[in-house]
Design a binder for this molecule. Structure first.
Ligand code: PDD
Length: 291
């Protein structure tokens, strides 16, 4: 199974075939909305509160009033798992737009947000997690409010497509050489056993997996610096890795055709991967670690 049949919309549960929107819909016409992607392991959400909190932050940032509290939303999302009898590894995609209204840039008055959430299977990318992936570097041409998880993803889409066309998994974005994040993940450099990554300013999305990584680093006594690195620094990195709900903690072993260190996932990355698997209560038979 891929997408599960029952979806949540406007606090109700319906069959996916019954969801339709008018063509004058603000998400469709303006990208006027926000979204979240939450990982599911063995039928349970991982980093659930962090994602729900971020959805509310994103909504507030673009002045959308959500018609429910955090508890009510959490409850609806939990029911979505139950109603679909979800037991495997997957993800939920949830989207909130400003609503349906005649096309006009100005916010419509008295219009309810359009909301939906659906779940689908997503096996872990074990090969990539074990062996690492390749990346390219691309200019970060996005706007100044990347901390909002907005539907406006055109620069991200173009960067990811460029990565794909170059046979790579991700595009590492940079502003004038300073690395911000990737097209759909956060990125980190390891040097002399210490982690470096862009500070959580408006220029990046504060990833929920990053929040977990900060916690793991504290627990493992690995120094974590909110200190950006440059494209040039990548050449001298001991390790490089990315993080997201769908990619977990993924080693990067080659950038723009240049190998990182010995071309294998590094020690710090592996320690963090092990901490992640423990934290997410991932099944024993699915662990990436061989040592
Ligand atoms: N992307 N940065 C960007 C630009 C992202 O799109 C994402 C997530 C992240 C990592 O966030 P988190 O750790 O909370 O997943 C960072 C999701 C998975 C997506 O758009 O599909």
């Amino acid at each position: 199974m891929s997408v599960y049949p029952i979806i949540m919309t406007q606090s109700k549960f319906i069959h996916q075939d019954h969801l339709s929107y008018p063509f004058e819909e603000r998400g469709l016409q303006f990208g006027d909305g926000i979204y979240e992607v939450i990982r599911i392991y063995n039928g349970k959400y991982y980093l659930f509160e962090e994602h729900v909190d971020r959805l509310f932050r994103s909504a507030a940032a673009i002045k959308i009033n959500l018609p429910f509290s955090k508890d009510e939303l959490s409850n609806l999302l939990l029911q979505l798992l139950d109603k679909n009898k979800m037991k495997t590894n997957g993800k939920v995609y949830m989207q909130v737009t400003r609503g349906s209204a005649p096309r006009d840039h100005v916010f419509p008055i008295d219009v309810l947000p359009n909301i939906y959430a659906y779940i689908e299977d997503l096996p872990r990318k074990l090969e990539n997690l074990r062996n690492g992936v390749n990346a390219i570097t691309e200019r970060d041409i996005r706007w100044e409010n990347c901390y909002i998880k907005s539907l406006n993803l055109l620069p991200n889409v173009l960067a990811k497509q460029a990565a794909k066309e170059n046979g790579c998994y991700e595009a590492i974005l940079h502003k004038d050489g300073l690395v911000t994040e990737c097209s759909s993940s956060n990125v980190y450099l390891v040097k002399d056993g210490e982690i470096y990554t862009h500070p959580t300013t408006n220029n990046i999305l504060y990833g929920c997996v990053r929040m977990a990584i900060e916690r793991f680093a504290r627990e493992l006594n690995i120094p974590f610096h909110e200190d950006g690195f440059t494209v040039e620094d990548i050449g001298m990195a001991d390790e490089l890795f990315l993080s997201s709900s769908t990619s977990e903690i993924m080693p990067i072993v080659k950038v723009d055709n240049t190998q990182i260190s010995n071309g294998k996932p590094g020690k710090v990355t592996k320690l963090l991967q092990a901490a992640y698997e423990k934290d997410a209560l991932i099944n024993e038979n699915e662990v990436t670690q061989t040592t």
